[in-house]
Design a protein around this ligand. Structure first.
Ligand code: FAD
Ligand code: SF4
Length: 506
């Protein structure tokens, strides 16, 4: 072969740079299922199925177009002698000659290193090609970051909106402001939500085959396969987008932070996994939302709120990841060292909010942003769980988990372990925040406003303890000063009993 094009599990777009100049007669495609990718963190079955099913569908589509694909399937049972990409690549190159390996920049620092090392060891040339799936590049982000003391998503987002002319008119943001966050913090109140259920994609024969394999090979892994109906092809993803734009976008913004017991999806798009695996292009997703605003089917606060997640947050976290890796993985600004509570793997806890958020995570491999940030993430922050443990959990349990997006969100935004690169202050809150944004507390045995006593809400106890334990460091932060100052209103006895209760919880 001339070129062997390596396609990783999150690179399933046939218009990627890896296929530029592809010659059917001279080139081939290589894809491999290897167990290490599902085992280096204790991966949820739905995440494994998501990747493998999407990969197999992609292989089939390439073969239908007449491309030569060398595809390694995982054996259904037994010890696998091939554990990693480099093992699999070594086996292929022992049987086949090729003059060059071509791959799009991987989304994970570790994988990039592994491929580089393997190519060197095997004595074959390796060409990395730029990832065109995003709306900005790591180089643009580095340029943006240069000379800035403090990075802020907002400013990078504005740059991208201008560059791509999204929701802009005569050089100004449509609607006269960049940000409608103020309108987007509603809770569902007493009446509760009336969500339109997302379109389901029940497993076809290919996906059913993968589910069988995963149930056998990864039987001990967390997760439930009965509910698997994620989009695993570009056609599915396009359908899912249409369904979201029509049925949930018109109320996405207003309720984007709200939570409700037994309602896992609410007004969210559920497009993260499809975008992260590149089944659908983010520019297409953004355009569909902008079109909905222009034809009057969705209001500006909802459309801007949604566009901001993709053009803003998604691009920003990727920039942070590549600017700060590999050192980022080691950051632990608050010196957190507790183990992750066992109930993160079972959902068995008396805390109703955590029970619901973890329960749906284990069932669907999904929780929406506020559940990840202000329930599971917040609890780990307040307890002081070792950020690497928290990172491993988030990387394991969500169908959309890929390190470039998961790590800055977890270690940076939710655990403040990067000391403020991602967020200007820790997302620390008490049970009262959860009470305001959900109905969880109504079915909980704890009282969200209470910090001590038998029915004290653990979030509230741990919140005051968090401020107390980290007082010196937090006082240096302008945006935390007021929150920390409230500690002074507690009497010495109150603080002593909070500390004692928190020590027990931690
Ligand atoms: P919607 O609410 O419909 O949002 C639309 C899209 O915006 C998402 O599909 C996603 O692509 C993008 N988006 C929204 N928020 C963010 C964000 N903070 N960072 C990057 N993109 C964002 N997202 C992942 O894709 N993979 C992860 O592994 C992941 N881990 C997370 C871990 C933690 C601790 C936190 C707080 C957030 C994490 N997120 C992650 C971000 C966000 O929670 C998910 O993208 C979102 O919940 C996916 O659901 P959705 O597609 O229904 O999103
Ligand atoms: Fe969660 Fe506390 Fe509310 Fe219970 S009372 S649901 S633990 S916030």
């Amino acid at each position: 072969l001339r070129n062997l094009v390596l396609v990783l599990g999150d690179q399933l777009n046939a218009d990627s740079a890896a296929f530029d100049g592809f010659d059917r007669d001279a080139d081939g495609v290589w894809m491999a299922e290897v167990c290490h990718e599902s085992e280096h963190v204790w991966t949820h079955k739905a995440r494994i199925v998501m990747f493998l099913a999407a990969m197999r569908h992609f292989r089939n589509a390439l073969e239908d177009r007449g491309l030569r694909v060398l595809y390694r399937e995982l054996p259904a049972t037994g010890k696998d002698s091939i554990e990693t990409f480099s093992d699999a690549l070594e086996q292929t190159l022992a049987e086949l000659e090729c003059s060059k390996l071509v791959v799009v920049d991987p989304g994970e620092w570790r994988v990039r290193q592994e491929l580089k090392d393997a190519a060197e060891r095997l004595g074959v040339a390796l060409e990395f090609r730029a990832d065109r799936h995003f709306l900005s590049t790591p180089e643009q982000f580095a340029e943006h970051a240069e000379g800035r003391k403090q990075l802020r998503m907002e400013y990078f987002y504005r740059e991208i909106r201008r560059r791509h002319n999204v929701l802009m008119k005569d050089g100004k943001p449509v609607g006269g402001k960049w940000n409608f966050d103020h309108d987007n913090r509603k809770s569902y109140g007493k009446q509760g939500p009336d969500p339109h259920p997302p379109k389901a994609f029940p497993p076809d024969a290919v996906t059913a085959g993968v589910i069988k394999l995963v149930n056998r090979r990864f039987a001990e892994h967390p997760g439930d396969m009965d509910a698997f109906d994620w989009p695993v092809t570009p056609e599915h993803a396009a359908h899912a987008l249409k369904d979201f734009i029509k049925n949930r976008l018109p109320r996405f913004g207003d309720y984007q932070d709200a939570m409700w017991t037994g309602e896992p999806f609410l007004n969210h798009s559920l497009l993260s996994a499809a975008m992260n695996l590149k089944l659908i292009n983010p520019a297409q997703v953004v355009q569909a939302a902008v079109d909905a605003y222009q034809d009057g089917s969705a209001p500006l606060n909802c459309v801007e709120g949604f566009v901001r997640q993709i053009l803003g947050w998604r691009e920003y976290v990727r920039g942070v990841y590549w600017l700060h890796m590999p050192g980022y993985l080691e950051r632990n600004e608050l010196g957190a060292d507790r183990p992750l509570p066992d109930f993160y793997w079972t959902g068995e806890t008396e805390m109703a909010c955590l029970r619901d958020a973890i329960g749906q995570t284990l069932t669907y491999g999904y929780a929406h942003h506020t559940q990840r940030l202000m329930v599971t993430g917040l609890h780990a922050l307040l307890v002081g769980v070792d950020p690497r443990e928290v990172h491993k959990w988030y990387l394991a349990v969500y169908v959309d988990a890929v390190e470039w997006v998961e790590l800055p969100n977890t270690l940076g935004m939710s655990q403040f372990a990067d000391g403020g690169v991602m967020a200007s202050k820790p997302y620390a809150a008490s049970g009262k925040y959860i009470d305001r944004m959900s109905n969880y507390c109504q079915s909980c045995r704890f009282a969200p406003a209470k910090a001590t006593g038998d029915d004290a809400c653990p979030f509230t106890t741990l919140y005051w303890d968090f401020l107390d334990r980290n007082r010196e460091r937090l006082e240096e932060n302008q945006r935390m000063k007021l929150q920390v100052k409230n500690l002074d209103r507690k009497t010495d006895e109150e603080l002593a009993s909070i500390r004692e209760a928190a020590a027990r919880l931690r």
